[in-house]
Design a protein around this ligand. Structure first.
Ligand SMILES: *[C@@H]1O[C@H](CO)[C@@H](O)[C@H](O)[C@H]1NC(C)=O
Ligand SMILES: *[C@@H]1O[C@H](CO)[C@@H](O)[C@H](O)[C@H]1NC(C)=O
Ligand SMILES: *[C@@H]1O[C@H](CO)[C@@H](O)[C@H](O)[C@H]1NC(C)=O
Ligand SMILES: *[C@@H]1O[C@H](CO)[C@@H](O)[C@H](O)[C@H]1NC(C)=O
Length: 241
């Protein structure tokens, strides 16, 4: 069964997984991986947070392949969504974690990186993180944006996009179905101020497929890898430009 929403494929968490380490950046606990390059890829997590094993694994991979440092700030403030907590369904949890607020919270992280001499920043916003990543692009805080299976993203969010953006949707995603992805594409295509954009719907994949796949299912791994490659290429192009 393909996951169609955030409940149907929760992440596996392990706070000691990954090749990186956890530190404080700009006041936020962050998972950091890769050499201390002055080029940074920010990863804005989904509702499962920065302890998710496959999320960390992808951060490690991007750092390695795009030759950058990957910084994953915890914008959920140590309180990721817990699908087992039935007294706090997503509809309640989200009230304490407004996706809009991530943008304000992440600014000190960017300030801190810049004060360190970082001169190139790109961002990936997964599901919940899509809104924050999009805003970072709108206000030109970053050089490129990638949104794998965005959630809570509305067409309005894409008006006035100032930064090259790639949106990766899934055919079987019911949170942001292909019809929404198509609308996002139209907005970017018809924008007065044109930015480079890539909008793609991947066949036979569900919500969260780039970071919440079954690592024992070769088909799922292959589909995730395909999206990872596109992300890395996008970052490679804009980090070095
Ligand atoms: C968590 O990750 C660490 C480091 O990769 C590993 O040694 C450990 O076995 C993992 N724990 C679980 C419960 O999988
Ligand atoms: C990650 O796991 C550690 C250890 O269980 C916990 O202290 C921390 O709050 C978790 N962080 C996030 C962001 O979920
Ligand atoms: C479940 O969520 C509630 C908040 O709605 C919290 O008070 C409680 O500690 C949580 N339970 C667990 C087991 O995390
Ligand atoms: C995904 O959706 C397509 C189109 O609705 C459908 O044909 C396909 O069977 C679905 N794939 C899976 C694995 O559920």
């Amino acid at each position: 069964m393909l996951a169609t929403n955030c409940y149907s494929n929760p992440a596996t968490l392990n706070a000691s997984s990954g090749a990186g380490y956890v530190t404080n950046i700009g006041g936020l606990t962050s998972y950091v991986t890769g050499s201390p390059f002055l080029l940074v890829c920010l990863f804005i997590s989904d509702i499962y947070g920065i302890n998710a094993t496959l999320f960390r694994e992808l951060a490690d991979k991007v750092a390695n392949k795009a030759k950058c440092r990957c910084v994953c700030p915890d914008l959920l403030h140590g309180d990721p969504f817990d699908p087992e907590n039935t007294s706090r369904p997503l509809s309640v949890w989200i009230k304490d974690h407004d996706p809009e607020k991530g943008f304000e919270d992440v600014k000190p992280v960017i300030e801190s990186l810049k004060s360190e001499g970082v001169h190139g920043i790109v961002v990936a916003g997964f599901c919940w993180g899509a809104k924050t990543a999009t805003k970072l692009g709108q206000y030109r805080h970053v050089q490129a944006v990638v949104l794998p299976h965005p959630a809570y993203l509305e067409v309005d969010d894409l008006y006035g996009m100032k930064t090259p953006i790639a949106i990766l949707g899934g055919q079987n995603d019911t949170i942001t179905p292909p019809s929404y992805i198509e609308q996002f594409k139209q907005v970017l295509r018809n924008a007065k101020h044109k930015v480079d954009h890539l909008v793609k719907v991947f066949s036979n994949v569900g919500h969260g497929w780039t970071v919440r796949y079954d690592p024992n299912d070769p088909k799922a791994v292959k589909a995730a890898n395909k999206a990872h490659q596109i992300m890395i290429k996008w970052f490679d192009k804009y980090l070095k430009s």
